[in-house]
Design a protein around this ligand. Structure first.
Ligand code: ADP
Length: 468
């Protein structure tokens, strides 16, 4: 449904262009149609007008000729009889009394409409008289110096006018259809022209940081401007890729170079602490702090090195068959030694095995247990469980605590590098790298990691691998 009716965005270039061009073409076509109608009306009326003006000029002269034989009023009647026809009606009015008229005015309906007209203009004009259209004009009639009142000429143009109105209606409908067809065609064409731009944004949004160098935006049938844009993007991505690579290299080198001297410093500090019998309390405290900070920094450098290796694809996993039931017992025992917390193990009787790198998998589980210890109170329970998912046949290991929990909106972000929720809860120490390494390792070995957590209730981290 969403594909058939894509979201309407009034600020998009597509919508703006379509509406802009449609409005301009509507104004253009509408204007042309209006101008054509006005011109047609003028042409239609002008022929009749010329005829009426001719009769208006000639009428007094005709009356004069006839009045040589009969009275002036009779002369006017004769002239009217002579000039009247099916569509042309004449009459003379003197002091509101009709003194001569066309035979057609004996029809009551026509007489009612025409004879009562007042303020008829001297120049012929079209008037709509209850559905019939007339071209009307009136002029004073003076023959042989005698004022005979006003004479009126009316030309029935109803059939012409109706034909003209029908023509205008057809023209309007044709114009509307043309505008609609043009708008649809323009919208379709613009949509097609915009597709390469959409493609660029799709391709670029799918490029991950470590694939910047390999990114290729191929647009064969795109307009040259868009192809140029794609080329510029490609070049920019290449430059970004190179600088990303330099940074990665630098990070890896710095971590490597710093790790060795710091490990030595930490070793010396620990041996001084162990052997220094006559150290004062202040000296002992200072050395303890220095030693633990050195350890923390060595751990940070180790993590950074791991990530740098994973990014450059230099991390190699020695996968082997691992019986998870044994592994989780070993890992829980190891963790208990340094954290002084009881870790409950839930493991089925059935043996569950996977293919993975033993040391890396231990590192993953120890990291998760370390977090469970850090982010829960000492008297709360930590459980490491193992089961076989009946649906997917996956081996599922879970580390569950009853600690502070993780807010829902932060859950997808905790696997990002250096992401830490807030300083208050992180007084336990840490660098924000642990979970990103865990995720990198798990995914590197072909597994999946997920978190389920509720604030104040605790968290469960699950690691799944296909069972073998
Ligand atoms: P850190 O070194 O800070 O522990 P991690 O990458 O291991 O870094 O974890 C990222 C953040 O996720 C931590 O700062 C912490 O706030 C949160 N977090 C991780 N594990 C848990 C947990 N079991 N319970 C609550 N919060 C956790």
């Amino acid at each position: 449904m969403k594909l058939l009716f894509p979201k309407f965005d009034p600020t998009s270039l597509k919508v703006r262009l379509t509406f802009g061009i449609a409005a301009v073409s509507a104004i253009g076509l509408g204007g042309l149609a209006t101008w054509t109608s006005i011109r047609m009306q003028q042409i239609l009326v002008s022929t009749h007008k010329e005829n009426i003006v001719y009769i208006a000029e000639r009428f007094p002269h005709d009356v004069e000729i006839y009045s040589d034989m009969v009275s002036l009023e009779m002369g006017a009647q004769k002239a009217i009889d002579n000039l009247s026809d099916e569509n042309k009606i004449l009459w003379v009015k003197n002091n509101n009394i009709v003194t001569a008229l066309s035979a057609k005015l004996e029809d009551e309906a026509i007489a009612k409409n025409l004879l009562s007209l007042k303020n008829v203009p001297p120049i012929p004009q079209v008037q709509d008289l209850k559905g019939s259209y007339w071209l009307l004009c009136a002029s004073p009639l003076k023959v042989k110096g005698v004022d005979l009142g006003q004479f009126y000429i009316a030309q029935d143009i109803t059939s012409d006018q109706i034909m003209f109105l029908n023509l205008i209606r057809s023209l309007s409908i044709a114009t509307l259809i043309a505008i609609a067809a043009m708008t649809i065609t323009i919208a379709f064409y613009i949509n097609r022209s915009m597709k390469p731009l959409k493609r660029i944004s799709q391709i670029t949004s799918n490029i991950s940081a470590d694939k910047l160098n390999e990114a290729q935006i191929h647009l064969d049938k795109a307009p040259s401007e868009v192809r140029e844009l794609a080329d510029t993007f490609e070049q920019m991505l290449e430059r970004l890729g190179q600088s990303w690579e330099h940074q990665r290299q630098l990070l890896s080198n710095v971590s490597h170079e710093l790790r060795t001297p710091l490990t030595i410093i930490s070793g010396y500090l620990q041996s001084t602490l162990r052997r220094g019998q006559n150290l004062t309390d202040i000296q002992r405290e200072a050395l303890t702090t220095a030693s633990s900070e050195a350890d923390r920094t060595v751990q940070l450098l180790r993590d950074l090195l791991d990530l740098a290796r994973a990014d450059s694809g230099a991390i190699h996993f020695q996968n082997e068959k691992i019986i998870l039931n044994d592994l989780i017992v070993d890992v829980a025992e190891m963790a208990q030694q340094y954290c002084d917390r009881h870790i409950k193990i839930e493991s089925p009787n059935q043996l569950i095995a996977i293919e993975a790198d033993l040391n890396r998998l231990k590192q993953v589980l120890l990291n998760l247990i370390d977090n469970a210890v850090k982010y829960s109170e000492p008297d709360t329970k930590i459980t490491v469980s193992l089961k076989l998912c009946s649906k997917s046949e996956d081996a599922v290991m879970a580390v569950c605590d009853r600690g502070v929990g993780i807010p829902l909106q932060q859950q997808p972000r905790i696997f990002e590098r250096f992401y830490r929720i807030d300083e208050a809860r992180n007084r336990a120490g840490g660098t924000g790298l642990g979970l990103s390494i865990v995720k990198t390792l798990v995914e590197g070995m072909g597994g999946k990691i997920a978190v389920r957590s509720q604030l104040g209730e605790g968290s469960t981290f699950t690691v799944c691998f296909p069972a073998v």
